[in-house]
Design a protein around this ligand. Sequence first.
Ligand SMILES: Cc1cc2nc3c(=O)[nH]c(=O)nc-3n(C[C@H](O)[C@H](O)[C@H](O)COP(=O)(O)OP(=O)(O)OC[C@H]3O[C@@H](n4cnc5c(N)ncnc54)[C@H](O)[C@@H]3O)c2cc1C
Length: 203
Amino acid sequence: MFDTLIIGGGAAGMSCALVLGSAKDKACAQNKSIGIVLHQKTSHLQTALFNNVLGLTPGTTGASILESGQAQLSSLYPHVQQIEHEKVLELSKSNGVFTITTNKNEYQSKLVVIAVGYTNLMTIKGLESYIEPHPRAAIEKDRIWLKNTDHLIEDNLYVAGSLAGWRSQFAIASGSGAHVATDILTLWNDGKHMKVHDKIEGI
Ligand SMILES: Cc1cc2nc3c(=O)[nH]c(=O)nc-3n(C[C@H](O)[C@H](O)[C@H](O)COP(=O)(O)OP(=O)(O)OC[C@H]3O[C@@H](n4cnc5c(N)ncnc54)[C@H](O)[C@@H]3O)c2cc1C
């Protein structure tokens, strides 16, 4: 049983996992079981090239971020379980617990973050009732969002990244994933606002 399972390992999902993972020494996050389904095939990062993102060396490819992000997560926060090469097919909820069915396995989680991008090819069963035309994308592109308020779809079900209704820019998607992570940490911290900052010792 996961405390939080993130579905999708692109800009939003990976950022969410990094911030959640970085809270490992905070009392409220200790012993929390966190996972991410890292199916990468349909990520917009696969073909993206970044010259306009603060902190990224111009010319950085999205494909390299998919690799380096995963390596960063496993080296710094190995307690975040990475589930690779599995595609989520269905999400259901019973007695307050989500069941996540992939093409290979079934997982249970108390809380779920959907970060699978805003393409209308998104076909996870169980989410149909939340799908609407994307509010901030060109109509002819046929993009979708999952109706939400401040990333929350319903109790313990969050959406992050372009699928949350944000415009498709790397920094916006990453920020959305980080935002959801701090909302989850705040929830675990009994509603007291939380963030995770590392700092240089001695300053
Ligand atoms: C060609 C191109 C160029 C771009 N150039 C720029 C740029 O110059 N500057 C900029 O700021 N932004 C750029 N972007 C936009 C940027 O890449 C996106 O805004 C960002 O990747 C969106 O992040 P996301 O997490 O919402 O979606 P994604 O990064 O697409 O991540 C979605 C993830 O969910 C996974 N997934 C999908 N379905 C499932 C499923 N059923 N089960 C499990 N996992 C699933 C995908 O494989 C992927 O890993 C570009 C995009 C493209 C396509």
